[in-house]
Ligand binder design. Structure first.
Ligand code: HAM
Length: 424
């Protein structure tokens, strides 16, 4: 047997109902916020991510799946969506000429991380990127859309953490004090943090090693260093969240693992994902320029679909049902069964059957496994009387219908059942 690589999962039909529930909800909320879909490539030139996310980040320095194409150019499977969306936005004049632009994407991302619960090498995100506004209302929309998705999915046990990591005007003073603080603690830092101290001191606040976590509590706090316009931006965002009753907790240590952020950073955290955040994002006002575009502020977020599915494991979401399963006794009954199956399908009713006639018992088992709402039975008796027996699998009732009226009858019953299930 050939198995799949570590950290890569198959998604079977049993999970698809939950999966589609999450992505359909996300799509619906994005529609409400007028955020439109973009489909970005699964691979890019490596430079897109190196330049976008930052050479010294964990993602770029140790987690990318990078390879050479036949022409010797370096390609990378996308580890996230933001850098690709920005590259596409800058490359496409029609979009970057618009004063503002709101885009969302759904798809797989790839990171060579150590696989564990909620941490995969191929995982799926939905995310949104809002271009063109410095106003905190754009940050609010990114947060509010994710919050509405979480609520509509039925998540309640989570915390929204927010922070501001300032801008190129005010952050250097903070970084310099942070560096001074950590220089004096160098011998207590893990090997990674000693490297971070040289290359990217902000990342020290993100370390998950026990001894480094302890040191964070005495470290300088960014809030005290924000310039007046960053502080005002942060205060206004908090007011907007408060006015919409979106509850948040300030976390001054929230610096995030990607280098492009300016000002707002945020994470939606729930203890039960196995990992912490199930969605995260922030503002990145300088990234479009880094990609050669005209200066364009932006803010966005991405959510991990597999992590959300872990949170939904205990919720009761019914799998997508099959409208009709046809149980038959073979030969002539099969000929009639397949004719009715195709007629039902042409009338918009999902229908299935097994070509090899097995016993009725095993066909009923299959109907159950397929979550069929109705079962049509065609046996010798039905053939003789030119009728079909129709069993309602939800109520257990059974009725007999003339073959010629069957399709219209089933259509009516099937619409009635699906309307009732959707609470219409
Ligand atoms: P991120 O925090 O790296 O941000 O990822 C966002 C979400 O993707 C995480 O909160 C988590 O739910 C999920 N995720 C990340 N890595 C894994 C993994 N190895 N296995 C399973 N799920 C994972 C970004 O990707 C940014 N592009 C977000 C953003 C958009 N910022 C601005 N715009």
């Amino acid at each position: 047997m050939i198995s799949k690589p570590p950290g890569i999962e198959d998604v079977f039909p049993d999970t698809i109902a939950r999966w589609n529930f999450v992505t359909d909800t996300a799509r619906e909320v994005f529609r409400l916020f007028n955020i439109r879909e973009i489909i970005i490539p699964v691979m890019e030139f490596t430079e897109v991510f190196a330049r976008g996310i930052g050479d010294d980040t964990d993602i770029v320095s140790k987690e990318m799946f990078t390879f050479e194409d036949r022409g010797g150019r370096s390609l990378t499977l996308r580890p996230e969506g933001t850098a690709s969306v920005v590259r596409a936005y800058v490359e496409n004049g029609d979009y970057n000429r618009l004063s503002s632009c709101k885009l969302f994407y759904i798809g797989p991302m790839f990171r060579a991380e150590r696989p564990q619960k909620g941490r995969l090498r191929q995982f799926n995100q939905f995310g949104a990127e809002i271009f063109g506004s410095t106003h905190p209302y754009a940050d609010f929309e990114a947060i509010a859309s994710m919050n509405l998705i979480a609520k509509k999915i039925g998540l309640s046990d989570y915390t929204l953490f927010i922070n501001s990591i300032g801008c190129p005007a005010c952050r250097p003073a903070f970084i310099s004090d942070l560096t001074r603080y950590y220089e004096s603690k160098k011998s207590h830092l893990c090997a990674d943090c000693n490297r971070r101290l040289e290359k990217n001191p902000l990342r020290l606040l993100d370390c998950k090693v026990e001894s480094c976590i302890a040191l964070k509590h005495e470290a300088p706090v960014i809030a005290g260093y924000l310039c007046p316009s960053c502080a005002k931006h942060h205060d206004e965002l908090k007011t907007l969240l408060g006015e919409s009753a979106i509850f948040y907790t300030e976390n001054p240590l929230l610096v995030r693992g990607l280098d492009y952020y300016t000002r707002t950073t945020f994470e939606f955290v729930s203890g039960s994902t196995g990992q912490n955040a199930f969605a995260a994002g922030g503002r990145y006002d300088n990234l479009v320029e880094t990609f050669g575009g005209k200066p364009t502020p932006a803010v966005g977020f991405a959510a991990g679909i597999e992590r959300i599915l872990i949170l939904l494991e205990k919720t009761n979401i019914s799998p997508t049902p099959l409208d009709v399963y046809i149980v038959h006794s073979g030969n002539e009954a099969f000929t009639l069964a397949q004719k009715i199956t195709m007629e039902l399908r042409s009338n918009g009713i999902s229908a299935d059957l097994e070509a090899e006639a097995k016993g009725f018992k095993s066909q009923f088992k299959k109907a159950d496994r397929e979550h069929a709402r109705l079962v049509i039975i065609i046996g010798e008796d039905e053939l003789a009387s030119r009728t079909l027996s129709i069993k309602n699998m939800l109520s257990g009732t059974q009725e007999s219908v003339q073959i010629d009226d069957a399709v219209m009858h089933i259509k009516r019953v099937s619409e009635l059942i699906s309307g009732r299930q959707q609470g219409l």
